[in-house]
Ligand binder design. Structure first.
Ligand code: GLN
Length: 488
């Protein structure tokens, strides 16, 4: 049998459908691949080959008896370690949850199960999804498959690196300020952050509830479309789940660029490195050549995106993480035996430095006396950013910009300077603040062989259009996916 781990998601789906190979064979190829390369990458925190093979065999049996759950039945999907699967550990790459087993399935898991996807838990991440490089995991640093001296992006670095190195063809991540799109860009794969409210957050461990969304990674655009279609939709378990505006996957199709209005940035305003800037210019020219009408938008308000995002995200996380106190979940250290000791010791030893920094920042900005100056102001600025997007979408069909200002940086390069790390999110955070959907598309490699990604953003609930534009962009030679043959 050939090495099936080299195939795209679409080829896997097609091959399973035609009976060219079985789910067990696909799964075995991924298991071999994980055994061969994950010691260099560190994408998975846990890996249970027997369990995955057993579910692959069940899928093959369904196929034999013509009881398939969907065309996707039997396709393995990597799952980020902050999405609950019943009976599995969900640690958020944190010591404080290292022994926490989820008693229930997240809604996205229930939905994927109903389609027959096979779960490959648990992909590594920055602790509680706080970070841009996957160096904040309490357990291991994930490396970029294109160059293992570099980071894969974050916080969903494990999910992105697993797809880029052929350990799965698709995976789930979560995106609060860029954690799907930025690692997708840095690992040369596709990554979608849906509209806020489109995908249920029930069973996603909360970081910043007003910004968090689950979404897919994939080694082709079709994986992102299928997985998004499978997980989206109203869920009564999530109070912020959106009821209106259904998504119809049949409306995602190739169209013409002629006359499409594309919002762009002045290249110098992107703060992009020379190679990212060059690719952005080339693609803008390619879009114009195809007949799209490019409009330069006024992004001046977006210079506030990093302070606004980090004030809101840290305020929400300080509240969300107060539940991890050593009493109800996970790690406990009783200290000298007094109740207060238990709280202090459990949290001091259970959380890593970045999480503590953010809890402190958030607690500070929410404290009386500082609330109006920081959190209150950030909320006002958030409204302005949202309005800015509303006005953009009166003039353009979608926005086109780089996902990340640079390609993957070196492991350790930004860990000493949190502000530099936060600036990696300069092009992604406004999307979460406004709640609009955006996708990162692979856009070739730079001169030293590292991936570049471009981001398409559309208006709320316009995923049908957004994914159609992504499908069209996929036709350009510049966006052809190049995944590393060997891991060096
Ligand atoms: N890098 C950003 C942060 O650290 C975004 C993380 C995310 O989207 N989960 O908050």
């Amino acid at each position: 049998m050939n090495d099936l781990s080299k195939l795209t998601y679409s080829k896997i789906k097609e091959g399973l459908g035609k009976g060219e190979f079985t789910s067990e064979e696909v799964t075995s190829s991924y298991i071999d691949r994980i055994n061969a390369v994950d010691s260099k990458i560190g994408a998975f925190l846990e890996f249970n080959p027997e369990k995955i093979l057993a579910s692959a065999k069940e899928s093959d049996a369904r196929r034999k008896s013509k009881a398939l759950k969907s065309e996707m039945d039997g396709i393995p999907i990597g799952i980020k370690d902050n999405i609950c699967i019943e009976g599995e550990i969900t640690s958020c790459a944190s010591k404080i949850l290292s022994n926490f087993r989820s008693p229930y399935d997240a809604t996205v898991i229930t939905k994927l199960k109903s389609k027959g996807f096979l779960f490959v838990p648990r992909t590594n991440m920055d602790e509680f999804a706080m970070g841009s490089s996957t160096e904040n995991s309490a357990f291991q640093t994930t490396k970029n498959p294109f160059d293992v001296t570099r980071i894969p992006g974050g916080s969903s670095g494990g999910s992105a690196a697993a797809v880029a190195s052929g350990m799965v063809s698709t995976s789930l991540g979560s995106d609060t300020g860029g954690s799907i799109r930025q690692p997708a860009a840095l690992c040369g794969v596709w990554g979608l952050k849906p509209t806020y409210g489109r995908v249920s957050r029930y069973g996603l461990v909360a970081y910043a509830s007003s910004l968090d969304q689950i979404g897919p990674f994939g080694n082709d655009i079709h994986s992102v479309i299928d997985v998004f279609d499978s997980i989206q939709g109203y869920d009564s378990h999530d109070q912020t789940s959106a009821k209106e505006k259904s998504f119809n996957v049949n409306h995602v199709k190739l169209g013409s660029w002629k006359g499409l209005r594309v919002g762009v940035m002045k290249t110098e305003d992107t703060q992009a490195s020379p190679s990212v800037a060059k690719r952005y210019e080339e693609l803008k020219a390619a879009l114009t050549k195809e007949g799209a009408i490019l409009k330069e938008l006024d992004f001046s308000l977006f210079k506030y995106s990093i302070p606004v995002y980090y004030l809101i995200a840290t305020a929400e996380c300080s509240s969300n993480l107060s539940r991890f106190d050593g009493i109800r979940y996970g790690f406990r250290d009783e200290g000298q035996g007094k109740l207060e000791d238990l709280y202090v010791e459990s949290r001091s030893k259970g959380f890593g430095n970045e999480v503590k920094r953010r809890i402190l920042l958030g607690t500070f900005s929410l404290s009386s006396g500082y609330y109006d100056a920081y959190y209150g102001k950030a909320q006002k600025a958030r409204v302005l950013i949202k309005k800015q997007y509303e006005s953009f979408f009166k003039d353009v069909d979608f926005i086109f910009q780089p996902t990340s200002p640079t390609s993957a940086f070196k492991v350790g390069e930004k860990t000493k300077d949190p502000i530099q790390m936060y600036l990696a999110d300069i092009l992604t955070t406004t999307v979460n603040l406004a709640g609009v959907p955006a996708i990162s598309c692979p856009a070739g490699l730079d001169e030293i062989g590292l991936p570049i990604g471009m981001q398409l953003t559309s208006n709320h609930f316009e995923e049908e259009k957004l994914l159609s534009y992504a499908l069209m962009l996929n036709e350009f030679p510049e966006t052809k996916i190049h995944l590393p043959e060997t891991i060096k």
